[in-house]
Write a protein that binds this ligand. Structure first.
Ligand code: AMP
Length: 223
């Protein structure tokens, strides 16, 4: 299965993908995580991306596409993957279509107020990338990851002044992907209206959307 989790920053794409990918035994590929990892390891692509990420802007398409092409054609992607944070522009979606077909896109639809509240209180484990939220999903011990005991930190781009910029860019450049995938007939919406929705509730909704999607695929199949 090759899936894309689409949605605004803070919609829960990463949280849902990190829990669903192991169930389906496929990798969870987050472009943002790849950039941060490359930066941590002093790899050029991470250094090139840093200035854009710090401002909450998109990294230029050529850089992203080159990195993602190599990643999704990797041997661990043979049975599929979940993409989180890619594609983010029509150009990226067109390029992805040239590389590999996608079977479904799950669009996590969430109001801005919930996103802003969440991102301002989001903390992440420096070692394993687990996501916590000081309001919704707090760690058991302050500043320490429940999963691996790593140190938790706030991303530089999760500061209020950068968040608004990221949301504007999402609306201008990424939201048009909803129509792009609607036209291909492969998108399903998951609506989030409860600010206190747990990760488990989100995962259940996303899994249901995937099940419905697979059912429709079988029903419409000519085989
Ligand atoms: P994320 O972790 O998905 O919130 O991404 C963090 C930052 O990485 C974004 O604000 C962008 O600067 C950059 N980034 C991640 N994915 C992409 C992408 N597909 N295209 C361009 N920039 C990206």
């Amino acid at each position: 299965m090759r899936k894309i989790f689409l949605g605004a920053p803070g919609a829960g794409k990463g949280t849902a993908a990190s829990r669903i990918a192991p169930i389906k035994n496929i990798p969870h590929i987050s472009t943002g995580d790849l950039f941060r990892e490359n930066l941590k390891n002093n790899i050029e692509v991470g250094q090139k991306a840093k200035a854009f990420m710090d401002r909450g802007e998109l990294v230029p398409n050529e850089i992203v596409i080159e990195m993602m092409k190599e990643r999704i054609l990797g041997p661990d992607c043979e049975n599929g993957f979940i993409l989180d944070g890619f594609p983010r522009t029509i150009k990226q979606a067109e390029m992805l279509k040239e590389i590999l077909p996608i079977d479904a896109v799950i669009n996590i639809d969430i109001p801005d107020e919930i996103v802003i509240k969440r991102l301002c209180s989001r903390v992440i484990c420096r070692d394993c990338g687990e996501i916590f939220n000081l309001i919704g999903i707090p760690p058991q011990q302050e500043g320490i990851c429940d999963k691996c005991q790593g140190k938790l930190y706030q991303r530089d781009d999760d500061k209020e002044e950068v968040i608004q910029n990221r949301l504007n860019i999402y609306k201008e450049q990424t939201k048009p992907l909803i129509d792009f995938y609607k036209n291909l007939g492969i998108i399903s919406d998951v609506k989030v209206t409860d600010p206190n929705q747990t990760p488990e509730e989100l995962v259940e909704k996303v899994l249901n959307a995937i099940r419905e999607f697979n059912k429709d695929l079988k029903e419409n199949s000519v085989i």
